[in-house]
Design a protein around this ligand. Sequence first.
Ligand SMILES: Nc1ncnc2c1ncn2[C@@H]1O[C@H](COP(=O)(O)OP(=O)(O)OP(=O)(O)O)[C@@H](O)[C@H]1O
Ligand SMILES: [Mg+2]
Length: 370
Amino acid sequence: MIRVEGLRKNFGKASNAVGAVNGVSFEVPAGSLVSLLGPSGCGKTTTLRMIAGLERPTAGRLVIDGELAFGDAENVFVPVNRRAIGMVFQSYAIWPHMTVEQNVGYPLRVVRPRLPKSEQKERVAEALDLVGLGAYAARSATALSGGQQQRVALARALVRRPKILLLDEPLSNLDAELRDRMRDEIRQLQQQLGITTVFVTHDQAEALAISDQVIVMDQGRLVESGTPEEVYRRPTSHVTARFLGLSNRLRGEVVAVGEGTVRVRLGDSTLEVATPVAVPTGSPTVVAIRPSGLRIDRRRISADSWPGTVERGIFRGDAWDYAVKLGAATVFVRSYDLDARLQPGEAVFVEARPGAAILVEDLVADESRG
Ligand SMILES: Nc1ncnc2c1ncn2[C@@H]1O[C@H](COP(=O)(O)OP(=O)(O)OP(=O)(O)O)[C@@H](O)[C@H]1O
Ligand SMILES: [Mg+2]
């Protein structure tokens, strides 16, 4: 288990310090995979490097596998080489002048106390087998594809049989197809070995697919956390909503309050909207909805559909995304009906799919900020 308590990192001198991580707390249960998701510069790498011991925190506490690894009050800082942690960096840093075997065995050559040669050899073979590279041991590391190099980096992180694995955007250098495959392989391996893992990414699909828990970060803070389904279906923060594709925002007014839902007037019709927070009748509000949460048709779909005009279509391969003008607002609607191709200027009707609209607590404030 990893326990992060009020962890902070300020870079630079105290007088003009930049807060890269501003007090984050979370737990990674033993054997589970937690991802840190958030925009560039939000502090993901810094958090990971503090867990690894590569960066000394400014304040807070860090307990790894029951042992205090950092505590500012206790004045404890366990250095990186004394933490049983495997790590894969964004640029996976394979040494080109070494063979695959030498790359993977490197952490064993620097760790103290040193293992006997025969045991080192065994561990390297075991790690290479785990990532399916058993046959490549003697290859020069440069004579490998990107995906194979990625596996070498993973094997190198696993060779010390660490209890903790830290992965910083390990798939970002791979093409889309390979990225999906490696993602699933990492997840399988992680579950098979029961290894406690923190996975950093700014890719929402990756975080949803691979994690037991997703932690959303913004500006050095933890915004929210939950299972992939929770953060995707019921985000409580506008940061998460923005990051997880709830790109349509519609301004309306709460006209009735139900159990976990409210009825919101949007233009001439009303819409039932799920809400995690209590909102009184009469409040102005902002409703968030994904393009895939809207339906579009040439005919009026129901009494609650809004009339609009197609502005343009964007081809997505498996779908069309239509920008549709609804009164003063423009929304994006995803249509998987590739045959019913709508043209700019066409009059259409749009409605929300049941359960697709969400009320996000701080969206009103976020919209007012612009
Ligand atoms: N060594 C450093 N010295 C000064 N500032 C730093 C240092 N490392 C990171 N920062 C700053 O700390 C903040 C967080 O950086 P960090 O690398 O943790 O972000 P990130 O979430 O990993 O971003 P990305 O997705 O772009 O990798 C940024 O504003 C960054 O500029
Ligand atoms: Mg980073």
